[in-house]
Design a protein around this ligand. Sequence first.
Ligand SMILES: Cc1ncc(C[n+]2csc(CCOP(=O)(O)OP(=O)(O)O)c2C)c(N)n1
Ligand SMILES: [Mg+2]
Length: 418
Amino acid sequence: MKKDLTRQQYLDLYFFMRLNRAVEDMMVKLFRQNKIVGGLYSSLGQEAVSVGTAYALEKKDWLAPMIRNIGALLVKGVPPRDVFMQHMAKYDSPTKGKDGTSHFGDLENLHIVSPISMLGDLIPVMTGVAMAGRYLGQKIVAMTWIGDGGSSTGVFHEGLNFAAVQKAPFVLVLENNQWAYSTPVKRQVPLENLADRAKAYGISSYTVDGNDVVAVYTTAKEAVERARKGEGPILIEVKTFRRLGHAQHDPAEYVPKEMRAYWEARDPIALYEKVLTGKKLLDAKSKKEIDDKIEKLLSAERDFAEASPMPPPEFATHGVYCTGDDCHKVAPKWERPIAEVTPPKSSVAAVWTVKGFGSGKASGGGSAPIHFGDTEKHSKDAASAEEASKSAAKPRSAKKITKHTTVAADKSPRKARR
Ligand SMILES: Cc1ncc(C[n+]2csc(CCOP(=O)(O)OP(=O)(O)O)c2C)c(N)n1
Ligand SMILES: [Mg+2]
């Protein structure tokens, strides 16, 4: 499967790695000018990971980036101005200044799910995306990234097991950059290769040199196509190194000098330039053209971002909570016949039923005791639920309902809601 790349593919990988680095370099300058709102993370030295993996996806596929995956956003088609404006909390940014870093998505066009700060939570979410795509017959693959530290969260294990048992078309890229904040990987995982975690879930895995963009791309491409064919989720461990601190505030003095020197000598862009030069795909002239192209592009994108206004103060209270259709429409996309995916064909008969429970209306006509404390007539609802519990003669369910009834009868709505 590992075919040679086309000339265009070789050059694309180079361009996006260079763009990734240049975008982040520019943001460091903006940060020092106090124009970035909030933290700034760096993927210096990890560009081959974001670019090589995202480049293996098709346009219809889905991804969800983490903090060091700006390169993946650029490959997927996000313009640098959106990355700048988002970090600067500008009004024209994807979230209109409501959030910072790379916390934005694009469900309609680019198929990007916004990052989730809680490490690991994107794994079950993207498993769900992968399953939804299969359900709709779209033949898509979903991809996300997780750090060495994030691979020790509970949700990593729950999510990957769920993906495995569902055979979801999902590729998880485990960025082993040797550090999670100031904790070295050896002090939090007793494994040489984090890819071995896949064995626990019966899924395939790869370990790849994360500073070799061609190796990352060809591995990711193979994994993506295997997942697309129905082989289930695949874990790719990329071994790399976080060259700067966790974020701008962290000088990372805890990193041994020899370790830093080893990885600095293996800079992914410098390594790749040697490959391209050897293949006669890059020389001083074409390199200069790429330098100029990136510089011209980014200064225009930065100017646009700087010219964008900050959100108006009165906007602070808008768009905080979803207000229904005037916020955004949530509508199913029926890509299979409706009859095939809706009851009665797809429904499962309930094992037991409780009168008035779950219907939204209790048997007496009042609200059903689902949202305890939310209903106006607590005591009436409690009485209705009591009635319902008596009529649902089964002992196991009756016990459950009696408990609920007690809560619903509580006079304090706040306490009852917990
Ligand atoms: C569940 C959870 N625990 C803790 C944090 C705080 N936190 C954010 S990033 C980070 C370190 C992550 O290290 P790693 O997963 O190796 O990713 P890296 O920063 O190296 O890319 C921590 C502990 C969090 N966001 N979520
Ligand atoms: Mg890490």
